[in-house]
Design a protein around this ligand. Structure first.
Ligand code: COA
Length: 184
C-alpha cells in the first residue's frame, strides 16, 4: 500500500485532496517565489526553502491540534501537484473557519481545478468538521478568485480599504463568507 493509499483522500473528477505532509516540500517550493503567484497571496516577499519546511511542520502540528486542515491539490490523471487549500483558524465553539487556496503554476489557472478543489474542501468542512460558516479574505483586484468564490456562494460582507501595500499601491481586501444553511 502506498503512502497515498494509506492517507485519507477526497476524490473529485479531476482533482483529489491529500493531507499535507513533508513529502510535498519540493513540490510546494517549486514556483512558490513566483511574483505572479505571490502578488495574489500576500505580496512579493521571498521565502526561504527552510521557512517552507518549517511552515509544513507547523501546519502538521496545527492539524494534530485540530486547528487547521491543509490539503495538497493533486491532478488525478497524472498525480501532478497543483497547489494547496485549507481550512485555518478553526473556531469549534462558533463552528467557523478561514479558507485559503492557491493553484501554484499560473499555467494551471482558470482550468477548473481551483473550483473543484474548493467544492471538495467545503464539503469536508460541512460534512466532516460540522462547520456552519467559512470565511476568507481576498484582494479586490483578484477578479478571478472573487468570481470563483461568488460562484461557490460566498458573499462579500465587508471591505477593508487600502489595507495592504502590494506592488507599489494600497489595495482593498474583500471579506467574504459562506454559510452551510442559507440565512434569512
Ligand atoms: C484563485 C484560484 C484558486 C482559482 O482557481 P482556478 O482553478 O484558477 O479557478 P477555476 O478555473 O475553477 O474558476 C475560475 C473562474 O474565474 C473566471 N475568471 C478567470 N479570469 C477571470 C477574471 N480576470 N475576472 C473574472 N473572472 C475570471 C473563470 O472563467 C472561471 O469562472 P467560470 O467557471 O464561471 O468560467 C487560482 O486561480 C489561484 O490559485 N490563483 C493564484 C492564487 C490566488 O489568487 N489564491 C486566492 C487568494 S484569496
Amino acid at each position: 500500500m502506498t503512502k497515498r493509499e494509506m492517507s485519507i483522500v477526497f476524490n473529485g473528477e479531476r482533482v483529489r485532496l491529500v493531507p499535507l505532509g513533508l513529502r510535498h516540500l519540493d513540490d510546494i517550493w517549486r514556483g512558490w517565489n513566483n511574483p505572479e503567484l505571490k502578488i495574489l497571496l500576500n505580496g512579493v516577499i521571498p521565502d526561504a526553502y527552510e521557512s517552507e519546511e518549517e511552515w509544513i511542520r507547523q501546519q502538521i502540528r496545527l492539524m494534530e491540534q485540530r486547528k487547521n486542515f491543509v490539503f495538497v491539490i493533486e491532478r488525478i490523471e497524472d498525480d501532478e501537484f497543483l497547489g494547496l487549500c485549507g481550512l485555518h483558524s478553526i473556531n469549534w465553539m462558533s463552528r467557523s473557519a478561514e479558507l485559503g487556496v492557491a493553484i501554484h503554476d499560473p499555467q494551471n489557472w482558470s482550468k477548473g481545478y481551483g473550483g473543484e478543489a474548493l467544492r471538495l474542501l467545503i464539503d469536508f468542512g460541512w460534512r466532516h468538521l460540522n462547520l456552519r460558516r467559512i470565511a476568507l479574505s481576498v484582494y479586490a483586484f483578484n477578479e478571478r478568485a472573487v468570481h470563483l468564490y461568488q460562484k461557490l456562494g460566498f458573499k462579500i460582507y465587508g471591505t477593508a480599504h487600502e489595507a495592504n501595500f502590494i506592488d507599489g499601491r494600497y489595495v482593498d481586501i474583500h471579506k467574504m463568507e459562506l454559510f452551510r444553511e442559507p440565512r434569512d
